[in-house]
Design a protein around this ligand. Structure first.
Ligand code: PMV
Length: 329
């Protein structure tokens, strides 16, 4: 048995599209920040009396997610030479499946707890490769701070893993999340990406621009250039949503409040000079990335946007870690 915690990460340069669906290999690289105050805590127990894996998510059975979880556990069992089934008990302190990257923190915590429970000692690169099999973005939640994810070129995917770029303390940005709906999304990211790959006329242009966006974001990190990071991130985000919108049928993850939050953030920056930019994933929540001194003002403004249900603020945090027993609720 072992317990682990991982935090979600938010991509600033996004990935949307796979080069191999079976191995979950991204078609382009990405760059993300790992959060601090949102978390998944997961306990994995391998129990010889079980006839199949069991999954409890926030205290309830979750048959829809079990196959993906079992798939990840199979990879761990294969490495350990074990056939023992597992009980997985996992908790999120934030809404699941609503565009808040719960699959990223979820699969990162799962592979760390699962590997430790089987007595495997895997390095972070191996954990990143395994987490990627559960969810592409989970590969990045193994690490804290700013994280780069490589698309890789190998057919076996062994070069598609994340690497740490900067620690949270080296550029302590803050993220203010405007939650505009906690309903689970209608189209999951895996199905959405595949639809975009098959039908969006913008998909090829999206992939062609990824390396330039990554280079710009990495340059911004090196120089702690907030304006350059803001420009690269918003451009990547809006291009991804343009790809989604041009898919057939169209993928529209935004609601009215999402758009109002984007306007509010742009006004804060362009009119009032507040150091902030937005990013949005496959869901209606808006993440405002800012310098820490600006966070209270941004949280107050986003809290007044009609349709915003909740505002969460988080610093950047560390990567996935094993928990001593006492730290699990
Ligand atoms: O981790 P996945 O495979 O569910 O995909 C995540 C996709 C986005 O969040 C929209 C972009 C990203 O790079 O995280």
């Amino acid at each position: 048995m072992a317990r682990a915690q991982a935090q979600p990460n938010i991509a600033l340069v996004k990935y949307w599209g796979k080069r191999d669906s079976a191995l979950n290999l991204p078609a382009s690289g990405s760059l993300s920040i790992t959060l601090d105050s949102l978390w998944t805590r997961t306990c994995v127990v391998f129990d010889p009396t079980l006839t199949r894996d069991e999954l409890l998510l926030d205290g309830a059975e979750h048959p829809a997610a079990l196959a993906r979880v079992s798939g990840c556990l199979d990879l761990l069992r294969e490495r350990a030479g074990s056939t023992v089934q597992a009980r997985v008990d996992t908790h999120n302190n934030f809404p699941t499946g609503a565009g808040l990257a719960s699959s990223a923190s979820g699969f990162a915590a799962l592979v760390l707890a699962g590997s430790a429970a089987l007595g495997l000692t895997l390095d972070q690169r191996a954990l990143s490769v395994l987490a990627r099999r559960g969810s592409g973005s989970a590969a990045r939640s193994i690490f804290g701070g700013f994280v780069g994810m490589a698309a890789g070129t190998r057919a076996d995917g062994e070069d598609a893993f994340a690497t740490p770029l900067l620690d949270a303390a080296q550029w302590p940005l803050c993220v203010v999340v405007a939650v505009t709906s906690t309903r689970a999304k209608a189209v999951g990211s895996g199905a959405g990406m595949e639809l975009s790959r098959r039908t969006s006329p913008f998909h090829a242009a999206w992939l062609a621009g990824a390396d330039a966006d990554l280079a710009s974001a990495r340059h911004a990190l090196q120089h702690r250039d907030f304006a350059e990071l803001a420009a690269a991130s918003e451009h990547s985000c809006l291009k991804m949503h343009a790809v989604m919108l041009a898919s057939r049928p169209a993928l529209m993850y935004w609601n009215g409040a999402t758009v109002e939050c984007v306007h509010a953030i742009r006004a804060l920056r362009e009119r009032d000079g507040v150091p902030v930019f937005f990013t949005i994933d496959a869901g209606p929540q808006v993440k405002a990335v800012c310098l820490p001194t600006a966070a209270p003002r941004i949280a107050a403004v986003l809290g007044t946007v009609p349709g915003v249900e909740q505002v969460l603020t988080s610093a950047l945090g560390a990567g996935a870690r094993l928990l001593p027993d006492a730290e699990v609720d």
